[in-house]
Write a protein that binds this ligand. Structure first.
Ligand code: C2E
Ligand code: MG
Ligand code: MG
Length: 262
């Protein structure tokens, strides 16, 4: 078991050295206008032996071994680099959301890390959003609030990921320094199956709006789901219905290239 773990760890270290990690981008769109509003960066490991490996299969190992700090830093820097390149060329530069691991947020040097990553350009912070899971924020609310306040002061926005799965005390929502809330896919699935499922999503959206938060629905796969979400005044959606996560070149070509007739 130890030997197997070591070899997996070594392969991941090698992957880092050989630059085998890639970010795929999935668009978020405004539900009423249909316009692109942003992108989420989702990491994959392009293993030369087996092909693209999804994050669920290696993030836990990166976390166990502490490699998540290096890979997390790489993802932040890569997203910022892509955003700045979009700005510098004639592409429509949208803000990129990067997922943050619990281990990164707990690290006392995390704020300084974001400061350094966004310090490369005066426009960099405007291109970055951090996605933080609800359960992580609730783990240490006082520390989370202080950290998130410092990060937001730099111009970086914050979204609560997988909302609804972390059982947060609703009274905290008003106190959290965040900009958006992403409703977990499991609620979107249940939404069209039962009146209770529908009222739950409706309640989350109203709750978010009364706290002046933007609401994004995750994992939208059907026209029916998108119609219902629009009726419930959900702001944005993300999911296979509009697009799967795609490599950066494809994302630029499909979603960021301005039509020559503009
Ligand atoms: P997440 O942040 O909640 O990301 C959404 C996941 O749902 C992604 O899976 C995405 O591909 C998938 N998804 C999007 N739309 C649909 C849909 O319509 N239907 C279905 N069935 N799935 C959809 P992915 O890419 O496998 O990522 C899984 C998780 O891995 C992410 O969940 C996130 O927690 C983590 N992750 C991804 N990239 C990073 C990263 O750079 N750093 C860290 N720490 N975690 C990451
Ligand atoms: Mg996410
Ligand atoms: Mg999520």
């Amino acid at each position: 078991h130890v030997a197997e773990n070591l070899s997996r760890e070594n392969k991941l270290r090698q992957a880092l050295d050989r630059e085998e990690f890639v970010l795929h981008y999935q668009p978020k769109v405004n539900l009423s206008s249909g316009k692109l509003t942003g992108a989420e960066a989702l990491i994959r490991w392009n293993d030369p032996e087996t092909g693209l490996v999804p994050p669920g299969q290696f993030i836990p190992i990166l976390e166990e071994t502490g490699l998540i700090h290096v890979v997390g830093r790489w993802a932040l820097r890569k997203a910022i680099e892509d955003f700045l390149r979009w700005r510098a060329t004639s592409l429509a530069a949208v803000r990129i959301a990067v997922n943050v691991s619990p281990m990164q947020l707990r690290d006392r040097g995390f704020t300084a890390e974001i400061q350094r990553a966004t310090g490369v350009d005066t426009q960099a912070a405007a291109g970055l959003e951090l996605e933080i899971t609800e359960s992580l924020i609730m783990e240490d609310v006082v520390h989370s609030i202080a950290t998130l306040q410092e990060i937001r002061a730099m111009g970086v926005t914050i979204a609560i990921d997988d909302f609804g799965t972390g059982f947060s005390s609703l009274s905290y929502l008003a106190k959290l320094p965040v900009d958006a809330l992403k409703i977990d896919r499991s609620f979107i699935i249940d939404m069209t199956g039962s009146p209770q499922g529908l009222s739950l999503v409706s309640t989350i959206i109203n709750l978010a709006h009364s706290n002046k938060l933007k609401v994004v629905a995750e994992g939208v796969e059907t026209d029916e789901q998108s119609r219902v979400l629009k009726l419930l005044s959900c702001d944005e959606m993300q999911g296979f219905l509009f697009s799967k996560p795609v490599p950066v070149g494809v994302f630029e070509e499909l979603f960021l290239r301005k039509k020559s007739t503009d």
